[in-house]
Design a protein. Structure first.
Length: 561
């Protein structure tokens, strides 16, 4: 190494640093049984096995690779993998096969993993990742359906990123090592728990097309939302249903124009978006200095595996990374190839619904919902489907679709989701559908409010009443359900009494008692009108319509809203 090169190897010699990231994502599929045996799958939310199964209770001779035990392919796992592959824009192989990936680790009972090497199920795909706003949500610029707006033309929307998908292959998961005794007691040894071994695992590998941690996190969130919408996985991060492994390096451009690429660092088993972002940003900040210190550059055998420690917010070295030839892949002799004909593929394609990003754009553009709220809807599959059914029922009851989307979003996110969160439970039990209400019931309540038959406070009381007795009859016409909900509101004294003459007298009484506030409103302090409305509502005992009261106050004061 020359003295000139040593002098160049300093932070001051670096003119620009560009981040390059590819991603590997492991998705535990929510099939009823494991990939090659009929043993219950701990990643299936319907069984609840993940939380309750004791160590080494979800095993059999196939999981343990005992002599004479033969694997049998799980068709449902293949179909879920193809469904996810289609959502990622992948081509689907007509011919695929299983391979043995040989390596030794204590939580791998066979000392090899059944995987796919050169003929994966899904390959050569691409997805779009929208630009991210300052709050970490998709940038909503340019999503409005309006054809013209007054004033100057808006700034162009930030460009989305197009991320290539190299492959999505199916394999079996390994077990795990327990470093605490069941129940959390301290032990001075590790327990090899094979419950997770054999769980169907879809590994998705992207091109190194990411240029920021924000892009990576947005991709990860959309992928999770997509997989959950497809019911391919429960997607509970804390339980390891999705694990992210970014492959990170930097391109260093020197002041003299030369270019250096740092070695790729693969950070293993990140199970939170915060950890994913932290690991990428840490490597981006530290790889240039690491190159200055050790001089290592990108090349064969240079890849390093690191872990992530949330405490100090830093990565740490685990091992030098193996290359593909180190795994000694060869076709599994016990499993036949997978042939996917046109009819089978098309039957799977028919199950593909509208995807989360498309729904997000529709909610923002058609219903004028804020980006954050629209993203919250697509992030929870049950709430998303529930929301769309509420819209359909509101439209059936005579309201415009655009307005119905806005009304339904406010109800689902502000009223129902809060109640669902207050109930607690695990992630699968916190969706609004877990409240036991029919979407049609919610739509009927919403229409009562929209028609001015109940006010906001009464709407909350009505929703609580319907949740307490959710036995709504679903096979009667929607109009009959509307009458049922109206009767419940009437019996509870929640319906607004329409008496404009009485309301006018209440308003006169309030304006006389609050002359200074009324004067403030006349002088342009419109926000002060809220106090006047509140006083009228008190006199009305909550049985007046606040919107109508506000309009009448402005009319009496000769002020335009």
């Amino acid at each position: 190494m020359t003295g000139t090169f040593l002098a160049r190897r300093s932070l001051d010699a670096i003119a620009h640093v560009r981040l390059v990231v590819g991603m590997e994502i492991h998705v535990e599929l929510a099939t009823r049984t494991k990939l090659f045996t009929r043993v219950a799958n701990p990643a299936d939310p319907a069984t609840g096995m993940h939380d309750h199964a004791g160590a080494n209770t979800l095993i059999d001779p196939v999981v343990l690779a005992l002599p004479g035990a033969l694997p049998v392919m799980n068709k449902a796992a293949v179909e879920l993998s193809i469904l996810v592959g289609l959502a990622l824009g992948c081509r689907i192989a007509t011919h695929s096969k299983w391979d043995r990936k040989s390596y030794f680790y204590p939580d791998l009972p066979k000392a090899y993993q059944i995987s796919q090497y050169d003929l994966p199920l899904c390959f050569d795909g691409a997805v779009e990742v929208p630009a991210v706003d300052e709050r970490g949500f998709p940038d909503a610029s340019g999503t409005s359906t309006s054809t013209s707006t007054p004033g100057p033309a808006p700034a162009p929307a930030p460009a989305p990123a197009h991320i290539g998908i190299i492959r999505a292959h199916l394999e079996e998961d390994a077990g795990k090592l327990l470093h605490e005794a069941p129940g959390g007691g301290a032990i001075d040894f590790s327990i090899a728990d094979y419950n997770r071994a054999g769980t169907p695992l879809l590994e998705i590998v992207t091109q190194p097309d990411f240029t920021s941690s924000a892009q990576c996190v947005m991709f990860a969130k959309l992928l999770r939302a997509t997989c959950r919408l497809l019911r391919a996985t429960a997607g509970v991060m804390q339980q390891g249903h999705m694990r992210f492994e970014p492959n990170i390096n930097c391109v260093l451009t020197m002041h003299d124009g030369s270019v250096i690429k740092t070695p790729i660092v693969e950070v293993k088993n990140l199970n939170s978006f915060r950890s994913l972002q932290g690991a990428i940003e840490y490597e981006f900040a530290n790889q240039p200095a690491r190159w200055v210190e050790d001089g290592r550059v990108f090349g064969p055998g240079s890849k390093v595996t690191r872990g992530w420690d949330d405490g100090p917010g830093a990565t740490y070295v685990q091992r030098e990374k193996e290359d593909a030839h180190d795994y000694r892949y060869f076709p599994d002799p016990d499993l036949p190839p997978v042939h996917i004909d046109v009819a089978w593929l098309e039957s799977i394609r028919m199950r593909l619904p509208e995807l989360p990003l498309s729904r997000w754009r529709r909610y923002v553009g058609e219903y004028a919902i804020a980006s954050k709220e629209a993203f919250a809807l697509i992030d929870e599959p049950g709430s998303c489907f529930f929301y769309e059914q509420v819209i359909e029922d509101i439209v059936t009851l005579g309201h415009e679709r655009n307005r119905a989307g806005k009304i339904a979003a406010n109800l689902v996110l502000q009223q129902l989701q809060r109640r669902a969160n207050e109930r607690g439970g695990n992630e699968e039990q916190r969706g609004v559908e877990a409240l036991g209400l029919a979407a049609s019931t919610v739509a009927c309540c919403a229409v009562l409010r929209e028609n001015g038959e109940v006010n906001n406070q009464s709407l909350e009381t009505l929703l609580d009443a319907m949740i307490a007795t959710p036995a709504m009859v679903l096979d009667i016409p929607l109009s009959a359900q509307q009458e049922h909900v109206r009767d419940v509101a009437r019996q509870a004294g929640l319906l607004i009494v329409r008496d404009d003459a009485q309301t006018s007298r209440w308003i006169d009484q309030v304006l006389e008692a609050n002359a200074k506030v009324a004067q403030d409103v006349q002088q342009g302090k419109v926000a002060a009108a809220g106090r006047l409305v509140g006083e009228v509502m008190k006199l009305a005992g909550g049985k007046a319509d606040a919107k109508s009261v506000r309009s009448m106050i402005f009319e009496k004061l000769g002020v335009k809203e």
